[in-house]
Write a protein that binds this ligand. Structure first.
Ligand SMILES: [Zn+2]
Length: 69
């Protein structure tokens, strides 16, 4: 089990990774996902709580706003 840091709240988030999770990829083993913004090519790893707080069409500014709360 790997961990990554949420770009929004700074929490350590479990992420599924490696062969062990290949066949059991479910929401219990993964706490977030990486969002990629095509506009500037940046990527942000966010936990699902932060993703839920983003608008439907999030931008780089929306991710930055999460950090400031
Ligand atoms: Zn978060």
């Amino acid at each position: 089990m790997a961990k990554d840091t949420c770009d929004g709240c700074g929490e350590q988030v479990k992420i599924a990774g490696g062969i062990a999770n290949l066949w059991t990829l479910d929401s219990d083993s993964t706490g977030g996902m990486t969002l990629k913004f095509d506009a500037d090519g940046t990527e942000h790893f966010l936990c699902f709580e932060c993703i839920e707080r983003l608008p439907d069409d999030p931008s780089e500014e929306d991710v930055a706003a999460l950090r400031n709360e």
